[in-house]
Design a protein around this ligand. Sequence first.
Ligand code: ATR
Length: 279
Amino acid sequence: MKRRNSTRLAGVLGWPVGHSRSPRLHGHWLQHYGIDGAYVPLPVRPEDFAEAVRLLPRMGFVGANVTVPHKEAAFRLCSLRDAAAERCGAVNMLLFDGDAIEGRNTDVFGFLENLRRGAPHWRADDGPAVLIGAGGAARAVAVGLVNAGVPELRILNRTQARAEALAALVGSTARALPWSDLPRALSGAALLVNATSLGMVGQDKLGIDIAPLPNAATVADIVYAPLETDLLAAARRRGLATVDGLGMLLYQAQPAFAAWFGTKPEVTPELRRAVLEAE
Ligand code: ATR
């Protein structure tokens, strides 16, 4: 393939990174919009991360996504950060301007946009939200829900100390509850979000009883393989509104693509199919 100097390059930094669907996602948009660009996986070890990031702009990269385990390291490297990155202490998208590195967090936008599209009736002030999980993904969900204006965020996690740390990070709207309080936390909640890896192919099931949730509640999962997790299937059987996790991946990519390649891309059923297709 012949590359001109004007070819815009971007990629995803992770370790490992072979599982990432981002190359397929951005590749679909590049082809669809006829843009002279490429988006590649960038497997980089943690000890090489800072050096790799410094070299990318010199190699013609306009930016990069950052995934596990580099999001906090990326945060520390940036000379400029957006508000969502500051709130999360994590960066999932880099934008290069000469030697200056700007870091943004588009996971927060991705989660909320997916929730709003998938459950258009949901309003932040409908009632308390329950968040299960307290890892990196849960942080973006918690910041998104508090920014959106939920009146109360109840955080539960296997390791309660991490739930407490997350609640302290996002502020007084949030409180950590012991796992044994789950039935009480669910009762009266307007939204339940699973932000753990449970329910994903190859992992244990989440295995919670959602009976205490009100009939008007919405249930969202950040897991997208399978698209319908056991949690979402149980919610659907009860007639609750459900939102799957694929859209969070697709919508976090939208502002990144626009910043790097200059076109705001659409999230379409065709894109969902392209991203879900088997290798
Ligand atoms: P990510 O950045 O993808 O969110 P992470 O930081 O490793 O990944 O967080 C994974 C989340 O899934 C955590 O909330 C974790 O709970 P702990 O904080 O107790 O580790 C949760 N999780 C993973 N495996 C779990 C299991 N078998 N049972 C309960 N929670 C689990």
